[in-house]
Design a protein around this ligand. Structure first.
Ligand SMILES: C=C1C[C@]23C[C@H]1CC[C@H]2[C@@]12CCC[C@@](C)(C(=O)O1)[C@H]2[C@@H]3C(=O)O
Ligand SMILES: O=C(O)CCC(=O)C(=O)O
Ligand SMILES: [Fe+2]
Length: 340
């Protein structure tokens, strides 16, 4: 098993279309991007009966609130998080600058089929018959080489802003990826999909979205609930590894991004995980006779390999109990409902 995050996809190459459409110039949705109608596309006058909890991290009761949100939703929003808004806006503007480059320029930093970093479609597109209405740029480690390809004359601004301010070094005891997502305006948003329903394989993902909504989370396996952007607020979602660590108590929430007719949406996801070769298993203090461990120990590298192969079924491949228990786990149930 590869120890470094940057090597996890060596054995799992994906060949996504290498020709990119120039989204902005398309007037009609091409068949290649036409999905079945998006159910629960947010309507202007619709408000959600239930909303994703918003937690003030300075609240003395914040720990309990976070725990409850992880059990009930697998996602929450945070205020008073201490991350300067200026830092987020800097990274957003660098992302905007990147996605505005001409397609052939961006493709110079294309993510290789067996690599993790670079420009291109989300890997998960390989599991769907249609293409998503989005482009992404994934950063693991230093983006300096990619920045040099994108802006040969002037690459310092990008990588300094991103590396120095946003990414933790693997030697500091964690691994992380930064994913910039761009969702251009779309002529037929209800028949397009920005990012298809998935769970993150992380411990936690911290998401910043610009002022355009699009993120939706699946609640109780049945309802898509929108998470509209609120200025200064970050969205935090539980990933598959935290679900395993909590022995299934915390839900790794199924989420997706829908697109907009006239507005360009940008999001930044900080995908946070443990050192990539450390075993993650259900915490022993959560295990007793009534609560047997539900998952095998697994490292993040190994899990990403499983995700690359099994996508939304990856979690069930590390389950200890047989398929008869699948319906105990709400998330497994969710997963089956959204399959094609
Ligand atoms: C460290 C990670 C986590 C990755 C793979 C790798 C780099 C990019 C991440 C994402 C980001 C977009 C959704 C996802 C599902 C995808 O296709 O790429 C994520 C995936 C995962 O959470 O499994
Ligand atoms: O753009 C969004 O709101 C979702 C992004 C996301 O789920 C991801 O990058 O993993
Ligand atoms: Fe995600």
């Amino acid at each position: 098993m590869p120890a470094r995050l940057s090597e996890v996809f060596r054995a799992h190459p994906v060949h996504l279309h290498d020709t990119n459409i120039e989204f902005e110039s398309v007037r009609e949705l091409p068949d290649s991007h036409a999905w079945p109608l998006v159910i629960d596309y947010p309507s202007e006058d619709m408000y959600d009966i239930e909303a994703v909890p918003i937690i003030d991290l300075m609240d003395p009761n914040a720990t309990n609130l976070v725990g409850n949100a992880c059990e009930r939703w697998g996602v929450f929003q945070v205020t008073n998080h201490g991350i300067p808004i200026g830092l987020l806006e800097d990274v957003e503007s660098e992302g905007r600058r990147l996605f505005q480059l001409p397609a052939q320029q961006k493709l110079k930093a294309a993510r290789p089929p067996n690599g993790i970093s670079g420009y291109g479609r989300a890997r998960i597109n390989a599991f769907f018959p249609k293409l998503m209405w989005s482009e992404g740029f994934t950063i693991v480690g230093s983006p300096v080489e990619d920045a040099r390809q994108l802006w040969p004359q002037e690459y310092n601004t990008f990588w300094k802003r991103i590396k120095e301010r946003s990414l933790k070094n693997e030697s500091e005891g964690a691994s992380a990826a930064l994913q910039l997502n761009s969702y251009p305006p779309c002529p037929e948003p209800k028949r397009a999909m920005g990012l298809a329903a998935h769970t993150d394989s992380t411990l936690l993902t911290v998401l910043y979205q610009n002022s355009t909504s699009g993120l939706q989370v699946l609640k109780d396996g049945v309802r898509w609930v929108s998470v509209p952007p609120r200025s200064g607020t970050l969205v935090v979602n539980v990933g598959d590894l935290l679900h395993i660590l909590s022995n299934g108590r915390f839900l790794s929430v199924l989420h997706r991004a829908v697109v907009h007719r006239t507005r360009h949406r940008l999001s930044l996801a900080y995908l946070y995980g443990p050192p990539s070769n450390i075993q993650i298993a259900p915490l022993s203090k959560l295990i007793d006779q009534k609560h047997p461990p539900l998952y095998h120990p697994v490292t993040w590298s190994e899990y990403l390999g499983r995700k690359a192969k099994h996508f939304n079924k990856a979690l069930s491949t590390v389950r200890l109990c047989g398929p008869q228990n699948v319906f105990i786990d709400m998330n497994d149930q969710n997963r089956m409902k959204v399959e094609w």
